[in-house]
Design a protein around this ligand. Structure first.
Ligand code: PGA
Length: 251
């Protein structure tokens, strides 16, 4: 399967900065030698401008969306709006949304279904907090996060989801999860997906790792069994470091 490398720009930039970064990415990529699928997720206000300067080698993602197509939801952006501008992916359930904006598994399920309904690919983020890991609850938390979303969906729909294992304590902290922790969590997610889609179906599904991925650790993490891509926050704000990370899978 083609590895997926996503740059989550979070609330950084603005149209001018985002366009500059997108142009640097485009000019730094050699499409002939590209072995990964690259996706960038700029802030909402920058999506259209960034889209104009992307080539087919880089796809566009939104960082979030509402679960309804339209209505009196001041300040929200709907999946229909994102589909209309040809956004290919939407990040759903990022830990910052779960923890800073109180998004529940129930809400995340609604958003994910809405994204699928509009034929975009959700990038579903799951992962435990430090306290949950210390309490030995990692498996329970990940299982709940997946079950609450997947139990309503058909095998075909699940096959359209990109899964991102992002331990909350590793995001933006400079402290990436260890090789063993990543391997175990990805194996657990794969096992749970087997239960929903059967082994053959689950084998086609990408599970990416996110949390303090840097050019220095990208190749090591990319080589972990079961890792089919990377979700990058801070290090995606520089074209040079993001491109180095994207190349971690080309060998
Ligand atoms: P980070 O963020 O790479 O800055 O840790 C990852 C993420 O939030 O997806």
């Amino acid at each position: 399967m083609t590895p997926l490398v996503v740059g989550n720009w979070k609330m950084h930039g603005g149209p001018a900065t985002s366009v500059k970064l997108a142009r640097e990415l485009v000019s730094g990529l050699d499409p002939q030698r590209l072995t990964t699928q690259i996706v960038v997720a700029p802030p909402f206000t920058d999506l259209l401008e960034v889209k104009k300067c992307l080539t087919t080698s880089i796809a566009l993602a939104a960082q979030n969306c509402h679960c309804e197509d339209s209505g009196a939801f001041t300040g929200e952006i709907s999946p229909a709006m994102l589909a209309e501008i040809d956004c290919g992916f939407v990040i759903i359930g990022h830990s910052e949304r779960r923890h800073l904006f109180s998004e529940t598994n129930e809400l995340i399920e609604k958003k994910l279904s809405a994204v699928l309904r509009h034929r975009m690919r959700p990038i579903l983020c799951i992962g435990e907090t430090l306290q949950e890991r210390k309490n030995g609850e990692t498996e329970k938390v990940i299982t709940q996060q997946l079950d609450s979303v997947l139990k309503q969906l058909s095998e075909d729909a699940i096959g359209c989801i990109e899964f991102a294992y992002e331990p909350v304590w590793a995001i933006g902290t400079g402290m990436n999860a260890s090789i063993e922790q990543i391997r175990d969590a990805h194996a657990l997610i794969r096992r749970l997906l087997n239960g929903y889609c059967g082994e053959a179906g689950a084998r086609e599904i990408r599970i990416v790792y996110g949390g303090s991925v840097k050019p220095e650790n990208a190749a090591l993490i990319a080589g972990v069994d079961g890792v089919s891509g990377l979700l990058v926050g801070g290090a995606s704000l520089s074209a040079e470091s993001f491109l180095k990370i994207a190349r971690a899978f080309s060998h």
